[in-house]
Structures are given as structure tokens and as C-alpha cells.
Design a protein around this ligand. Structure first.
Ligand code: HEC
Ligand code: HEC
Length: 374
């Protein structure tokens, strides 16, 4: 191929033009070979081909990248026809779903990090717009998608269908316990140090865990603390972790939209947050977590479930059995709150029952809850 035709080929497909080893490409488009799960075992490609119209895909929270669509695509294709979904996958326009299409047949499909940790800005239609990487997709119903698989039995289907939008249980296939957690943001991780609600390890530890044990990627992961060891050669995950880490560290917390909070009340709330309420004893600026403030910054500082008034079960399933103080990032963007979504609003965070340090004296609860609407 000559230089000109190479350049033209690059122009035709902006996604393929991106070097495959950049963190952004890996985050958005790399399946790590997890077609071995989503295609070979779960047969999701057949489900999509036979019955997943774009309307259905949007209803389970999948998002469409408008930048990948040719002009007039939406006006000229039926949103009730599964063939349109196959076309969208051919265009690499379904956020976090990557497939191979031959003729009009979807031959294989896999998922990427973006399916859970990206959404779109809805600038074209609800669920259709520009990508927002790192924003948790709280509309996504991963359980409902998995439950569409013909390989899943009725008992498992009942579990998957019980999770609901925004929730995923990254341990169910390991310990068989049904206790899902909210998909957290993957932005604002700079300086946090230890990830997951239970501080199991640094970013790359967790990326490796999820890519291999949850997404079904072809790679290796071992952690004796949770009795999990998977070895698959070649390892399509580990060599990509450094670039993936850099990309996540660059995803900044989006600022609160102008007008979404009252700045004067926020200043009063800040005084309470740092003063009487003592929130900053654990939520220490600038990351708003204390996980690295123990005697050894390389050992996470964590909290017993009853110290923070949380249900112990989720922690007990983790490597640490404790909870990490959640770094507070763009709280306006991702209600509900706490790992289990047990607080619907920020007001509920501070006034919730059995939420010890989060319980506020009644008189000041309103000001404090406004403060954290920042
Ligand atoms: C099926 C949905 C899903 C997929 C796919 C997924 N994640 Fe997650 N992610 C979650 C959930 C749920 C958690 C919370 C788990 C916990 O804390 O116990 C999480 C936690 C995280 C965290 C920790 C955030 C924090 O504040 O502690 C990071 C970082 C992250 N994921 C990045 C990634 C990357 C990178 C990939 C791709 C390799 C990925 N995730 C794939 C659902 C997903
Ligand atoms: C003793 C340490 C501690 C103190 C003090 C504390 N928190 Fe927390 N906070 C935590 C822990 C641990 C979590 C994670 C709990 C979970 O997800 O189950 C958390 C979670 C949160 C969340 C949920 C964040 C999210 O994205 O889900 C908010 C909001 C919050 N705290 C606000 C506050 C406010 C406001 C105060 C003061 C009234 C406060 N916290 C005091 C430890 C603390």
C-alpha cells in the first residue's frame, strides 16, 4: 500500500488510525481477547444479531458514540432493527462493545473497560453523543445483559436480573455471593493510591483483576489473599497495564456545572465539613480520602465496617475485609452513594440511619449536605 492510500485508509476510520498501544485505545477498544467469554461461552453475539435492536441496547444502558457515526445514520436506519445494532458495531460506535462483522453477520463480540466506565454527553439523543471516559455508566445494566445469554441458567439469571442499572458484582463469579456494588468513576484517581471500595490494591492491580477474572480477557492474575489464580499464555493484559494506568491518571474529575449549587451555602458547608462535622478527618483534601495517610503510605489505611456504619458483607468478600474512605469526586454526577447505593441523595448520606460518621446533628445537616454538592 502506498503512503497516500495508507493515509486515506487512516482517514476512513478514526478509531483504527489511533495507535493500538495508547492507554485511551486500550480503555476504549481493547477486549484483551475476552471474546473467549462473551462470544464462545455466553454467545452474546447471537443474542445481539437475533434480538438486540438499538432501542433495546439503549434500554439496557449501552451508549452510542456519535463521533463514529456517518452523517444521517440515525435518520436512515431503524432503531427497532437488530441489523442496525450490527451496523453500529461495525462502525465501532457502541461504547465498550467491540465486534467483528462479516457481511451482515456479527461473528464475535467482546467488551472493554469503557462499557462500565464511560458514558456519552447525550448531545445527539438520550444515550447518543460524545464519549465521556471515566464517567461511570450508571444507566448500564450489566446483569440484564449477561442474563440474555443462552448459557446462563435460570438460577443465575435471577441473580443477574436482580442487580439493576449502575450495579455490578465483581466477585459473584468467584464466591457465589449476590451483593453488587455501584460502578465507580474512573476519573480523579490521581494521588488516591489504592482502589476499590475496599482498597484492595493500586489501580493496575485492580485493572488486572477485572480484565482477567471479570471481562474474561486472555491473561494472568494471581492473589492468594482471595484465593484466585488464573494463568493464560499469551498474557494479553499485563503488558498493557502501564499505558492503561497513565490514561486513567489523566482522566480529571469534571467540575460541577455552573448553577448546580449555591456557592454561599457551599462555603458554609465547607466550614462544617472541616469543622464541627469532622468529615475531613477521613475525607482529607485534595483527594478527599485518608487511604494513604497511615504510618506507611504504601499500606492502605482502611476502616472497619462498624466504624463507618456500613454493611460488613461486601468488605468481608474483599482482600482487605475493610472499607476505604471513598475519594469524593464529582458527587453531582453519580448518585446514589456508598458502595451499595444505600444513600439516594447527598442529604441521605449525612442523615442516613446507621451511617455513623455520616450522621450529622439535625440542625446542621442541610448546610453540610449542600456543601458536598460542589
Ligand atoms: C462490568 C463492569 C466493569 C468493567 C467492564 C470494568 N469495571 Fe472497573 N469497576 C467496576 C465496579 C463495579 C467497580 C467497583 C468494585 C469494588 O470497588 O469492589 C470497579 C472499580 C474500578 C476502579 C476503582 C475506582 C475506585 O475509585 O476505587 C477502577 C480504577 C476501574 N474499575 C477501572 C477499570 C478498568 C481500567 C477496566 C478495564 C480493564 C474496568 N474497570 C472494567 C465495574 C467494571
Ligand atoms: C471515619 C471516616 C469517615 C468520616 C469521618 C466520614 N466519612 Fe464519608 N466515607 C467513609 C467511608 C469508609 C466511605 C465509603 C463507604 C461505602 O461506600 O460504603 C465514605 C463515603 C462517603 C460518601 C460516598 C461517596 C460515594 O461516591 O459514594 C460521601 C458523600 C461521604 N462519605 C461524605 C461524608 C461527609 C459529608 C462526612 C462528614 C459528615 C463524612 N463522609 C465523614 C469514611 C468517613
Amino acid at each position: 500500500m502506498g503512503a497516500l492510500s495508507l493515509a486515506l485508509a487512516a482517514l476512513e476510520s478514526s478509531t483504527e488510525a489511533q495507535p493500538a498501544d495508547t492507554g485511551q485505545f486500550i480503555f476504549r477498544f481493547d477486549t484483551f481477547g475476552d471474546e473467549q467469554l462473551w462470544t464462545d461461552v455466553l454467545r452474546i453475539h447471537e443474542v445481539i444479531q437475533s434480538s438486540m435492536s438499538p432501542a433495546t441496547a439503549l434500554a439496557v444502558g449501552l451508549k452510542v458514540d456519535s463521533m463514529a457515526l456517518p452523517p444521517d445514520f440515525l435518520a436512515t436506519h431503524s432503531l427497532a432493527d437488530p441489523a442496525t445494532t450490527v451496523e453500529l458495531i461495525r462502525l465501532n460506535a457502541v461504547v465498550g462493545l467491540v465486534g467483528t462483522v462479516r457481511g451482515h453477520t456479527l461473528k464475535s463480540v467482546g467488551i472493554t473497560c469503557a462499557i462500565c466506565h464511560s458514558t456519552v454527553d447525550d448531545s445527539v439523543a438520550p444515550g447518543v453523543g460524545k464519549r465521556l471516559d471515566g464517567w461511570p455508566n450508571r444507566d448500564l445494566n450489566p446483569g440484564a445483559i449477561i442474563a440474555l445469554s443462552p448459557a446462563v441458567n435460570d438460577e443465575q439469571k435471577a441473580v443477574y436480573n436482580s442487580w439493576g442499572p449502575g450495579f455490578y458484582d465483581a466477585r459473584f463469579n468467584i464466591d457465589g455471593i449476590n451483593d453488587p456494588a455501584l460502578i465507580p468513576p474512573a476519573f480523579g484517581l490521581q494521588g488516591v493510591g489504592f482502589e476499590t471500595y475496599t482498597g484492595d490494591g493500586p489501580i493496575s492491580y485492580w485493572n488486572n483483576y477485572v480484565a482477567v477474572t471479570q471481562m474474561g480477557g486472555h491473561g494472568s492474575f494471581c492473589d492468594p489473599r482471595i484465593n484466585v489464580c488464573v494463568t493464560q499464555e499469551p498474557d494479553l493484559v499485563t503488558p498493557k497495564l502501564p499505558a492503561l494506568l497513565e490514561y486513567q491518571l489523566g482522566l480529571l474529575t469534571p467540575p460541577a456545572p455552573a448553577g448546580s449549587f449555591d456557592p454561599a451555602a457551599a462555603r458554609r458547608g465547607e466550614a462544617i465539613f472541616k469543622g464541627k462535622a469532622g468529615c475531613d478527618g477521613c475525607h482529607i483534601p485534595p483527594t478527599f480520602t485518608d487511604v494513604r495517610s497511615g504510618p506507611d503510605p504504601d499500606t492502605p489505611l482502611l476502616h472497619a465496617p462498624d466504624e463507618v456504619g456500613m454493611d460488613p458483607q461486601y468488605a468481608l468478600r474483599s482482600a482487605t475485609k475493610l472499607y476505604r474512605t471513598t475519594p469524593l469526586r464529582a458527587l453531582w454526577q453519580h448518585p446514589p452513594y456508598f458502595h451499595d447505593g444505600s444513600a439516594a441523595t447527598l442529604a441521605d448520606v449525612v442523615k442516613g440511619l446507621c451511617r455513623k460518621p455520616h450522621q450529622m446533628p439535625v440542625a446542621s445537616s442541610t448546610a453540610a449536605s449542600r456543601q458536598i454538592e460542589m
